[in-house]
Structures are given as structure tokens and as C-alpha cells.
Design a binder for this molecule. Structure first.
Ligand SMILES: *Cc1c(COP(=O)(O)O)cnc(C)c1O
Length: 422
């Protein structure tokens, strides 16, 4: 353990990280080359919004999808222009319509729940597990009602929700399990790829994620009919219904959720580099696990055997009583040292003005069968923080200084707490 007697930066000491940390960039010359080839071809997108081969996109899009399906050992992979679009398509594919309820976790990126709203469904928020901030299967089971159609589980921060339990529960009740796997490509639960345990799984390729093409997403499923429905949502499906004799899906309103050839070519390279881009995160996370285990007031993600966490971001939980320091003051002091940390990872979504307004208007009733979600509330306001130290080109050599910052701040907890009241 690094011992330090130095003053925290917040109390006038010198910063542990005086220099700004490098920005997260995961694009190499391989992606640049792939993009240039597509530009040279002049074909930047190759979809046609009508029945026929190009209803499913051009060469780069279809190659990406074949590679994705093979990599994750799943029957269908359909690219879309964002995970938000993918979630919307998945919710529609699941058959959600006016009055149907979808059970969702409260502490996640807003698109997990807005995807339900834009499909005319009602998001029903249930609480999460304290250990991993993922949806609690018992809370899910209690919330199932006659109008429940689907469950969305989020593999938050890159670690698995209890997907096998949730899948069993969904199958037993005739519901569709959708995995929002935006944050966890390459993660596993009981030896199976995250994103492939639900009936549908949605990946993100936006610029913050481990692999990316600027903006983009992939929907995976082993079910032929669900895959077709996603394809109809993605590309003006109403134009293909008659020619293909798909009348049972005539309810679907199609959008333009198409990924371009340029993005698909970049995403192909990123998929090939997934493991290479994941390894540095795991190394830094392992060093953080070890360094932070010295502090009794801090807890890090527990990864079950057979599971694999891929650390989209690295979560840390503080026990403020034991630390003698509030989470917010802890974060403030670490930020003053130059550590890349944030507290308050998304407010429980039902507290957003949107959901309050919808409720007032009576258009969509966001129900909370268990009242508020006490674990999500406590996690949000008192215990959770996270760091992006795991993002390349940030490297393992920064970990010692991160741990030194934590040691310095916790050693001065009393002074820092008092400082707040002055
Ligand atoms: C990033 C993210 C999304 C949205 O992804 P986009 O590709 O930007 O639409 C959805 N859910 C979660 C959990 C995310 O982290």
C-alpha cells in the first residue's frame, strides 16, 4: 500500500495527476485503411428500402453482420445506426404496443427506457441488485402483470446481470428478454457471451464504447422471426411486406436505422480487435482491484466464476460511514487530484422530467410496483462512483498514482469532511 502524508489537493496540497490524461482513442491505421477503401469505391451506403437483396444492405454491412454472428456464435446479427435504434427495434420485434409493459432497471442510460416509450409501451422500473447495479430478478418477478410483454436487462459497466435466471423467468412467463449489452461486448455469463442469452441482445458501437464506428449498433438473436421483425423496423419494412408475403408483420412501421458502408467497414476491423482492445482494460482493472482491496471502506465489482467483466467503466462503491467521508466529497477530492472519477452515475430514470411528465399527462403510466427503488436511490446518491482509468491510451502505470490519490484522500477524511461545512 502506498503511504502518503501529503496534503490532498483540495486542502492546498499538490495534485497527484498534474497533467491532463490522454483522451480515449481506439482507432488505428487499420480502420483508417478500411474506411479509405470504402471511400474509394464511392459506395457509402447500399440499402434499398424495398424487398430484394439490398433490403438487407450492402457488402460491408452484410460482411460485418456475418462476422459478428460468427464471433458471438449467434444465428442473426443485424446492424443498426445506434444501440438506441436497436433497442427500439428490439422492443417492437418483441411485439410491444399500446398498453404493454416492459420491466426495466432504473440506473442505466436513458435509451433503455425511452426505447419502450417510443414503441408506445410503458416502462415499469424495478430495483437493482446492490452488488452489481443490474436488475434484480426477484424484483422483476414481483412486477410481472397481465400486460407485461418483455424485460430489458442491462449488463451495466461491462458486467453480467443474472441473465440465466432472467431468461428462465422470461420463458416461464412467456416474456421476451432483451439484453441491453451496449456496455459489455466480449463479456460473459457462465461461459456464454453477453448479449446472446436473452431472446434479443443489443450492442452499441458509439464512440465511447470498447469497440466503435462513431455511431452504430448491432441487434443479435437466434430467432428467425424476431430477426425479420428487426430488419423490417430498420429499413422501411412496410414496403417489403407484400412482395415477401410477411403479412403477419404488417403492423410494423419501418424507420431508417441503417448503418453506412463506411461505418460497417470500420466496425469490422474493430470487431477483429475486440480482444486486443479489451485486454488493457482488464489489466488495469486487475491492478485497481488489487490496490483498492487495501481500503476497507471501498468495494469493487465481484466477478462470479464463469463470468467475465469487460469494464466499460470501472465502478467503485464507498461506505461513507466507514470512510468518514461522503461519496460526493470523496469524488470531489479525487477529482482535485486529477483522477478521472465521477459520482452520481445516472439518476434513477423515473426521476427524469420526461417520465414525470408522461405520468402527469396520463399518456404513459410509469408504475413503480415497489414504490421507489431504494437500492438505486442509495447507490445513486451515496455509494457509487466510477473511473475511466481503464480507457486506452491510459495505461497500467497510472494505477499506482490513482491508488496513492485514494490513500491520500482517505487518510485525510476527517479534515476533508470538516472542510465541507466551512
Ligand atoms: C451507450 C448506451 C446506449 C445507447 O447507445 P447508442 O449507440 O449511443 O444509441 C444504450 N444503453 C446503454 C446501457 C448504453 O451504455
Amino acid at each position: 500500500m502506498v503511504i502518503t502524508t501529503e496534503k490532498p489537493a483540495l486542502l492546498g496540497g499538490s495534485k497527484v495527476f498534474p497533467e491532463p490524461l490522454p483522451r480515449y482513442i481506439s482507432i488505428s491505421s487499420q480502420e483508417t485503411e478500411a474506411a479509405i477503401q470504402v471511400l474509394k469505391s464511392g459506395i457509402l451506403s447500399d440499402y434499398i428500402g424495398a424487398a430484394g437483396l439490398y433490403f438487407m444492405g450492402g457488402k460491408q454491412v452484410r460482411t460485418l453482420e456475418e462476422q459478428w454472428a460468427k464471433y458471438f456464435n449467434v444465428r442473426h446479427a443485424l446492424s443498426v445506426n445506434s444501440a438506441t435504434s436497436g433497442l427500439h427495434a428490439a422492443v417492437i420485434a418483441a411485439g410491444v404496443n399500446f398498453g404493454d409493459e416492459v420491466i426495466v432497471p432504473p440506473q442505466t442510460m436513458s435509451a433503455t427506457a425511452t426505447a419502450v416509450v417510443i414503441a408506445n409501451g410503458t416502462p415499469v422500473f424495478v430495483d437493482q441488485e446492490e452488488t452489481n447495479c443490474c436488475i434484480d430478478p426477484e424484483a422483476v418477478e414481483r412486477a410481472i402483470r397481465p400486460r407485461t410483454k418483455a424485460i430489458i436487462a442491462v449488463n451495466l459497466f461491462g458486467g453480467p446481470a443474472q441473465l440465466l435466471r432472467l431468461r428462465e423467468l422470461a420463458d416461464r412467463h412467456g416474456l421476451i428478454l432483451i439484453e441491453d449489452n451496449a456496455q459489455a461486448p466480449g463479456g460473459q455469463h457462465q461461459g456464454r457471451w453477453l448479449g446472446t442469452i436473452g431472446h434479443l441482445g443489443v450492442f452499441s458501437l458509439n464512440c465511447h464504447k470498447t469497440i466503435q464506428c462513431g455511431e452504430g449498433g448491432i441487434v443479435v438473436t437466434n430467432d428467425d422471426h424476431l430477426a425479420r421483425r428487426v430488419a423490417l423496423v430498420r429499413n422501411h419494412g412496410e414496403n417489403a411486406i407484400e412482395a415477401e408475403n410477411w403479412y403477419e408483420d404488417a403492423d410494423i412501421v419501418g424507420y431508417n436505422y441503417r448503418l453506412t458502408e463506411l461505418q460497417a467497414a470500420i466496425a469490422q476491423v474493430q470487431l477483429q480487435r475486440l480482444e486486443e482492445l479489451t485486454q488493457p482494460r482488464l489489466k488495469i482493472a486487475e491492478a485497481l482491484d488489487q490496490g483498492l482491496s487495501e481500503f476497507k471502506s471501498l468495494r469493487t465489482a465481484k466477478v462470479g466464476s464463469g463470468d467475465r467483466h469487460v469494464y466499460y467503466t470501472y465502478p467503485i462503491w464507498i461506505d461513507p460511514q466507514q470512510a468518514g467521508l461522503s461519496r460526493d466529497r470523496f469524488v470531489e477530492a479525487l477529482q482535485a487530484e486529477g483522477c478521472p472519477v465521477t459520482g452520481r452515475y445516472v439518476r434513477p430514470l423515473y426521476r427524469l422530467p420526461l417520465f414525470k411528465k408522461l405520468q402527469q399527462q396520463g399518456k404513459t403510466i410509469v408504475s413503480h410496483p415497489t414504490g421507489v427503488c431504494p437500492i438505486a436511490e442509495k447507490t445513486y446518491s451515496e455509494t457509487l462512483l466510477s473511473t475511466t482509468l481503464i480507457q486506452i491510451p491510459r495505461a497500467i502505470d497510472l494505477v499506482d498514482r490513482f491508488i496513492a490519490s485514494v490513500a491520500k484522500v482517505l487518510a485525510h477524511a476527517e479534515e476533508l469532511s470538516q472542510g465541507k461545512d466551512e
